[in-house]
Design a protein around this ligand. Sequence first.
Ligand SMILES: NCC(=O)N[C@@H](Cc1c[nH]cn1)C(=O)O
Ligand SMILES: [Zn+2]
Ligand SMILES: [Zn+2]
Length: 478
Amino acid sequence: MAEKTLPQIFKYVDQNVDSYKKLLKEAVAIPSVSCDAKYRDDCVRMVEWTQEKLKEVGARTELRDVGYQTIEGKEIKLPPVLVGVLGNDPKKNTICLYGHLDVQPALKSDGWETEPFELVERDGKLYGRGSTDDKGPVLGWLHAINAYKGIGEELPVNLKFVFECMEESGSEGLDALLIEKLKPEGFFNDVDYVCISDNYWLGTTKPCITYGLRGISYYFLEIECAKMDLHSGVYGGTVHEAMTDLIYLMNELVDKNGKILVTGMYDSVAPLTEAEKRLYTNIDFDTEAYRKSIAATRLAHNGDKEQILMHRWRYPSLSLHGIEGAAFQPGAKTVIPGKVIGKFSVRIVPNQEPEEVEKLVFDFINKKWAARGSPNKMRITAQSGRAWTENPDHPHYQAAARATRLIYHTEPDMSREGGSIPVTITLQEASGRNVLLLPMGAGDDMAHSQNEKINVRNYIEGIKLFAAYFYEVSKLAK
Ligand SMILES: NCC(=O)N[C@@H](Cc1c[nH]cn1)C(=O)O
Ligand SMILES: [Zn+2]
Ligand SMILES: [Zn+2]
């Protein structure tokens, strides 16, 4: 590949900004919300739409069936997984790219300034659900491939794709597809590296490359006191209320400083070594900017940088997410909910196994429930995914760092991330190869939140970064 290829690609990308925005607008307009069965057809539509785009860049694609999920006793078909292959030159390195096409729910009434499923450009930012998590990055890969084609240059690597539409809901069916089908079929045989772009820079100016993720153990805690909702003027004072029991249990889980109260939760957390402790000192992270960007009054751990990073990356945290069945709509509704489902999760960390964490939480809740002596019905279920870490001293990381320096003219931080991408460790095990997370978006993109956005700069420079990453990986020894 000629010396001037990358500069030509960068120029091509700059000339095609409008078409990249247009495609992201189309993708965001498909409300592929995976956690709500009523959007299941949109999830399928999103997978099929992406399949067409993958075909347009020349990939061989197939939609793999991953069966059904059970929601409230009903069997619902899971969206298919989009699997693709582009190139099979044995002289070239092969990268397996993973991304997800589903999104978290969003309603304008949640507090969005504009319609969440309509991509809107304002002040150099593209607002819309999925813009940064993860539709922008997935399209970024396709645009980077297209840019090579656009300047008439052969792609310097072979690519394999795994794009799913259930990541935000525990990646149901994906592990089985990878381990029981794709691996035995030889899909990973020629894979040399795995790359995922589904996380963010730590701050807003400095790029990073990510070598660790927390896992997640998500709980549904259901309490039922009656077969229907009740008038509190008629039944209040005469029944043991489900909501009262639920609030009691949820309040037992974590203290006001965020310390998890579930017995044994910290026992198997990997011990902090002196060498690891030193790593946090050099990370470029402005806790005050982080605090201000969310308008929080005060951060935990007195806002100490090292402690904040450690509690995002290497210690478990427990969050209370919501209560299904509670009267959350505006207005003074005087109902006693008949059944409520409390939702909370534990972000789990290296050395903690999901089964072990689930047992600790179940035992703790059962003990508290027995002590409460409530006559109501209680049920707790969980879905979990493991934590992941990788060796950042690998040539793969050096290649990604060279690509990043070329685009952003600065040394990227080697970071870990507090969020979870359950399939990462499965891809690491199935391929036996080095896995790397190459984020496109910035730390203030507000994924999962109101007014999710991606900066135009991150989207466009991210496309160039992906193209440069292909080039750098192509130079690694076979
Ligand atoms: N971008 C990754 C991401 O947001 N992952 C989710 C995964 C999830 C959601 N529910 C269960 N797992 C996350 O919340 O980290
Ligand atoms: Zn994501
Ligand atoms: Zn997400």
